[in-house]
Ligand binder design. Structure first.
Ligand SMILES: [Zn+2]
Length: 260
């Protein structure tokens, strides 16, 4: 699924659309509309205008429009952003690399003939007008020891759930979180408030390093643990059979030997 890294790729690809006049909003899937907005609202906001700035907080892509409004794009589990027919990412875990026209949930045409669209088989993405980004936590690219410590707070929830809570840390999804906890040698089921200061430091270090490295490598599916997620998977660090279970409803892999 698109995690913060993939949405950062989307943000970079959407820079190509800045200052190009939007001629027509062609498609907005009903399920993509939020807060009681309609297709007409989206058309009124975008047609005849252009995007001026592309920002991002976590998995939310933010596009400022020339009329001082903004739209937020969410990609759900399987949404891929295409600019002028080209996707910023070829491989998306859990998704398809096909661009079926029937999966087009949002598309618009620029007056120069180019396009921007979201292809989303599972239809779990969304378009918001002037989204409130204050409800989102610290962005995954901006983690520090103190912001992480604050995000973990006094919560006794499972650490993995807390890290994936977008109102605490914005942008970490299932694959990144498993990879980070595996590298940090911390068990995903630990209570978020049970980490020592040293463990918090180690976790912050591995969030920063993992996000940086996987951004360079090509996405949240390029971690060291990835190839071992599956039946009979062994820990690439020590060869121990990995444990598979769910945390907060998400399939989780961890090593019972070195993740404590
Ligand atoms: Zn291990």
């Amino acid at each position: 699924m698109p995690e913060g890294i993939e949405v950062e790729y989307y943000r970079q690809s959407v820079l190509r659309t800045l200052n190009r006049k939007i001629e027509l909003v062609e498609t907005v899937d009903q399920k993509y509309l939020r807060d009681g907005h309609s297709l007409i609202d989206i058309k009124d906001l975008l047609e005849g205008n252009s995007f001026k700035f592309a920002g991002r907080r976590g998995k939310l892509l933010l596009l400022s429009v020339s009329n001082d409004m903004s739209i937020g794009l969410r990609f759900g589990m399987t949404g891929r952003l295409l600019v002028d027919g080209v996707s910023a990412i070829e491989t998306l875990e859990y998704s398809s690399t096909k661009n079926e026209p029937k999966w087009n949930r949002f598309s618009l045409k620029f007056s120069d003939g180019g396009t921007l669209s979201i292809n989303d088989p599972r239809r779990l993405g969304a378009i918001q007008i002037n989204p409130n980004i204050e409800v989102l936590g610290i962005d995954l690219y901006e983690i520090t020891i103190s912001s992480l410590s604050k995000a973990l707070g006094s919560s006794s929830r499972a650490l993995k759930s807390r890290l994936m809570d977008q109102s605490k840390v914005a942008g970490l999804g299932n694959l990144l979180t498993d990879e980070i906890l595996w590298r940090s040698s911390i068990n995903p089921r630990r209570a978020a408030n049970s980490l020592t200061h040293d463990e918090q430091k180690r976790l912050a270090y591995h969030i920063i390093q993992t996000v940086k490295q996987l951004t360079k490598l090509g996405g949240s599916h390029t971690g060291k643990l990835q190839a071992h997620r599956g039946t009979g998977g062994l820990c690439p660090k020590d060869g121990e059979p990995l444990e598979r279970y769910t945390v907060g409803g998400r399939t989780t892999y961890s090593c019972p030997l070195h993740q404590i």
